[in-house]
Design a protein. Sequence first.
Length: 132
Amino acid sequence: MKFIKLIIITSLIIPFAANAETTLNQSDILGGWTVNWEANNPTGEGASIISSIDTTWAFNADGSMTSSSVDSDPYTRVSNFSATLKYRVEEGKLIKQVAPGRSTEDSCAVVEMNGSDLLLKCRFRYYSLTKK
């Protein structure tokens, strides 16, 4: 009898936990963001936090985003890199172009949004961002 009650309670709780994902809208994402780290897990474990590369993402209202990276390593071949990509917010998720000139897109869901901090889960990577 206790086992049946446990199954019923679990079946009621699990759907709510699965839908606890935060949704994103256009006004949430607009502006400049600093990429703190990118990793294969939501904790950032294994990410190179102490890096010579500073990356920023800037989301514009016209559906374009600019990704800019500056490498402070004096021995690097390219110290500045910038790319303009297309993006949109659809069903609470960020859909962004993977590379300029390519039609491939990546869907990114919000794992956590805390004030000016944002944790995105894209297809293969997690991104920790802080609003400028």
